[in-house]
Write a protein that binds this ligand. Structure first.
Ligand code: URA
Length: 204
């Protein structure tokens, strides 16, 4: 009999954790795994965990997570109906040479390249019929197209095939919820995209 999705996901996370420990020796990278319903029809994919996610070991629990929860509320969705993950599972950060302060930075090409097969494999365990990408990094990684930009394709579903196995999914690109924090004018656009998304939501 085929192992349960839970077992397959645990095995996958263990395998990639060992792989990343080996790659980033002595760097004490904290990995934040995807979480939620392994039978979800809808998965959300962000960019990478930040400080709060790294402390709590859960995706989207900081400021961006609060905005995400508000948007899920508008869609009438609960986190436990969804699967939520990020392209990169550790916090990419930079250190200010003057103050020693640590801040987030976008994941670089190498980090994304090392992480994407993990993402594709976890999505192929969950097998959602729709994946919402949050921001440019998730969009470009899932569509396998670095030229796509969220400013051009937000709110428009795309049919894509994921990874070597060519898992077919419908990708629905949204801005990253954190972008609303810095660009207040995006809020209206976000709400319009959410109402479009409502029409495409798979029935559970
Ligand atoms: N942003 C992401 O993309 N993922 C998280 O888990 C948190 C913030």
């Amino acid at each position: 009999m085929r192992p349960s999705k839970q077992k397959r996901m645990e095995r996958l996370n263990r395998e990639y954790s060992l792989y990343f420990i080996d790659i980033y020796k002595n760097q004490n990278k904290v990995l934040v795994y995807g979480e939620g319903n392994l039978d979800a029809k809808l998965a959300l994919v962000g960019e990478a965990p930040g400080r709060h996610e790294t402390v709590q070991g859960r995706p989207f629990v900081g400021q961006a997570g609060k905005i995400l929860d508000e948007f899920l509320g508008i869609l009438g969705l609960n986190r436990d109906e969804l699967y939520i993950t990020s392209v990169v599972k550790f916090r990419p950060f930079k250190v200010n040479p003057d103050t020693g302060g640590i801040s987030n930075r976008p994941p670089n090409k190498e980090e994304i390249g090392l992480s994407k097969s993990w993402l594709f494999k976890e999505l192929s365990i969950v097998k959602p019929s729709m994946v919402v990408s949050l921001g440019n990094i998730a969009l470009q990684t899932l569509a396998n197209n670095p030229k796509l930009t969220i400013g051009k394709v937000h709110g428009t579903p795309l049919d894509v095939e994921l990874g070597d196995k060519k898992l077919p999914i419908t990708l629905f690109p949204l801005y990253h919820p954190a972008s609303i924090i810095y660009r207040k004018e995006l809020r209206e656009i976000y709400l319009e995209d959410l109402s479009k998304l409502k029409n495409y939501l798979p029935s559970s």
